[in-house]
Ligand binder design. Structure first.
Ligand code: HPA
Length: 271
């Protein structure tokens, strides 16, 4: 990744009409329907965008969409890149840097996650308050990081306090029950063993998933305020562990999706 490549990416997107988006949004597994809410959408497929990694996993449709939600100009990633697809940390966070280069001022992230905190049930939403990076690397661990910002990025409050408060208030207004907790990121793609679920509980995680943390680290690198919500799609109860089926995860995410859309729309309106 170079500054020049990022600029070429944004020159291409601007030429397609991606004109000064204010908010960037990343949609997780099974959570693509927010795109139906976008007014006057302009679509760029990932494989058409210069220097974007190519989308692989079939249930991610792999599009960057520009348009309006609640009167705000947004750019939405429908489908994201994962380490488990063989990409590296630089690849998977490239779109975050590209959206920042386009001018976004806020970033909203969603994902599907398994619960470690067993008070959280399938279909619940969890506002991420903090995270634990278990992916064995960092998107800031590269030689030229100094050209993009500080190397030793502060992570004392990685999730924007004001955006979190707005989301909590929106959930109260809309009568949506909202859990809050710590998200642990793993590489995957295999799910966790019973022993791993026990370990995750011990170290203080409330939910586990395979994304988000690298994106949040890069947002912090860019001083870009970020908020993230997990949809709990399965329960990691080590004493009663059920085999997990990815189709089931997608189904549960889809069922919980309307709540997430309501919260995101309300947040976007108030940003
Ligand atoms: N573990 C890891 N990633 C996940 C899970 C899980 O249980 N559910 C959805 N993504």
């Amino acid at each position: 990744m170079t500054k020049k490549e990022l600029q070429e990416t944004t020159v291409y997107l601007k030429s397609k009409g991606f004109d000064n988006p204010e908010v960037g949004i990343v949609l997780g597994t099974g959570l693509g329907k927010l795109v139906d809410e976008i007014k006057d959408p302009i679509v760029a497929h990932y494989n058409q965008i210069p220097f974007f990694p190519l989308a692989t996993v079939e249930f991610h449709s792999g599009k960057l969409i520009f348009g309006e939600i609640e009167g705000k100009k947004v750019v939405v990633m429908q489908g994201r890149f994962h380490l488990y697809e063989g990409y590296d940390f630089i690849d998977i966070t490239y779109p975050i840097r590209a959206m920042h280069e386009l001018g976004i001022k806020k970033l909203l992230i969603s994902n599907a996650a398994g619960s470690i905190n067993l008070d959280f049930k399938k279909g619940d939403l969890m506002l991420i308050e903090d995270h634990i990076n278990l992916q064995g690397g960092s998107p800031l661990a590269f030689k030229d990081v100094g050209a993009f910002g500080h190397r030793f990025v502060d992570m004392s409050e990685p999730y924007d306090v004001e955006m979190r408060k707005t989301i909590i208030d929106a959930a109260t207004d809309e009568n949506i029950s909202l859990q809050k907790g710590v998200y642990a990121s793993v590489i995957g793609p295999e799910l966790e063993t019973k022993a791993e679920y026990r370990y995750l509980k011990l170290i203080g995680a409330d939910a586990v998933g395979m994304s988000t943390v690298p994106e949040v680290i890069v947002a912090n690198h860019l001083s870009l305020p970020v908020a993230a919500i997990s949809v709990i799609t399965d329960e990691g109860d080590p004493d009663n562990l059920q085999p997990i089926d990815i189709q089931e995860i997608i189904k549960v995410a889809g069922e919980a999706e309307p709540k997430m859309i309501t919260l995101f729309k309300k947040l976007i309106k108030q940003l």
